[in-house]
Write a protein that binds this ligand. Structure first.
Ligand code: FEO
Length: 390
């Protein structure tokens, strides 16, 4: 239990999960995570904003018991996903008479997932306020960052924003505030890539709203709070912008060395032409490392071996994941190694159908690459360099 004081009336009582390694049984967490829950103490009433992951009830209970305030009147639910709502029943039991404050959509989802009753709720609409005495909470609906019911809570007098998942990071730290280091930046970028990137147009819209609110402090539900909101807002604005960095990311797998030889050759070709290139061997890189790199790279080039005429399954999975994340990539390409027959290019194009990118060219190479294949790779590298105007 680590209570982190943010101001005289705002405390983070959430749980730090130092050793969690996987989220949604999919996303690797190299830096652990936290499930932040905030107490806002007003002159008349006290509010708890979100709860914690249902796997951590005792840690959460100890946090609440360490507080000077013993009564909570309102429990704000900004988001129905379990890592923030899973301990709502426990919090209601602890604070008898408290009400859950949320929007209609969130209430509907919470009632489907948790043992709660409709009378447990106060429903609020966009812009509505709730008085705690000398403090006022205002609620803003913020759908699709990243569920349909997501909502922000704003403490008006202090201009503190509680945007739940939005602007967060899977980053376990006992520090209350971000030190705006490269480590925090990278954790936030990884979080954006994995959770928010598929909703880029909604993210853009909600960023404008946050800028308009001009918060002094941003307190997300994962990772440290931002005392300097410009740090995270500027980062997000660059990630969601339409501009890309001239960079080739090459996710690949090599079964017997041919694809690796092709990728090595291309890496050298791009390097010689001063185009930034990042090869990612998907048998050893985690999905988050790939997700970070595709946030703003101009070009994705897949290195794919053939298995039973289709893409090697790890690469098929990689392409399916990229298709779901919908990066703003502008150019796509593929080099395919095969033994006697292949339908890899057709499968790749079908798998990546969500991406609004231009296919530059694709090359299929039979066996280990030979002189004519290296010439074809040189032409492909030249085309990609030209597209990137390096
Ligand atoms: Fe951190 Fe969407 O839950």
């Amino acid at each position: 239990m680590t209570i982190r004081k943010l101001t005289d009336s705002v405390f983070n009582v959430g749980v730090i999960d130092w050793s969690r390694q996987l989220f949604d049984e999919l996303i690797p967490l190299p830096d652990g995570t936290s499930y932040n829950a905030y107490i806002v103490v007003g002159s008349d009433k006290t509010a708890l904003i979100d709860t914690s992951d249902p796997a951590k009830p005792e840690e959460f209970r100890r946090g609440l018991e360490g507080l000077p305030v013993k009564k909570v009147d309102y429990i704000i639910a900004n988001h129905a996903e379990q890592d923030h709502s899973g301990l709502l029943p426990m919090a209601l039991q602890k604070y008898s008479g408290a009400k859950i404050v949320t929007n209609e959509k969130c209430k509907e989802i919470l009632l489907e997932h948790l043992p709660l009753e409709t009378d447990d709720f106060i429903v609020v609409s966009d812009g509505e306020t709730l008085s705690l005495g000398n403090k006022t909470l205002q609620f803003f609906l913020a759908p699709w960052v990243h569920w349909p019911e997501t909502m922000f809570t704003f403490l008006k007098e202090d201009r503190i924003l509680f945007p739940c998942d939005f602007l967060g990071s899977h980053y376990a730290t006992a520090e209350a505030f971000s030190d705006d280091s490269q480590r925090v930046y990278r954790a936030a970028k990884r979080y954006y890539a994995e959770i928010m990137m598929p909703f880029r147009s909604f993210v853009k819209k909600h960023l404008e709203k946050v800028r308009m609110l001009n918060p002094t402090l941003i307190c997300p539900s994962h990772g440290p709070a931002y005392k300097n909101p410009g740090f995270i807002l500027s980062a997000y604005e660059s990630w969601v912008s339409d501009s890309v960095e001239p960079r080739v990311v090459i996710p690949y797998v090599s079964m017997h060395g041919s694809t690796e030889a092709i990728v090595d050759y291309l890496v050298n070709a791009f390097t010689q032409k001063s185009l930034d290139v990042i090869p990612l061997n998907m048998t050893v890189k985690d999905l988050g490392e790939l997700a970070i790199e595709i946030v703003d790279a101009s070009t994705l080039l897949f290195g794919v071996p053939t298995m039973l005429l289709g893409p090697q399954p790890q690469m098929l999975y990689t392409m399916a994941l990229i298709n779901a994340l919908k990066p703003k990539t502008k150019y796509l390409s593929l080099v395919n190694s095969y033994g006697w027959g292949t339908k890899v290019t057709e499968a790749a194009k079908a798998t990546l159908s969500n991406l609004k990118a231009e296919w530059v060219d694709t090359i299929a190479i039979k066996g280990y690459p030979k002189a004519k294949d290296f010439e074809a790779l040189d032409r492909l590298a030249g085309l990609i360099v030209e597209k990137n105007h390096v």
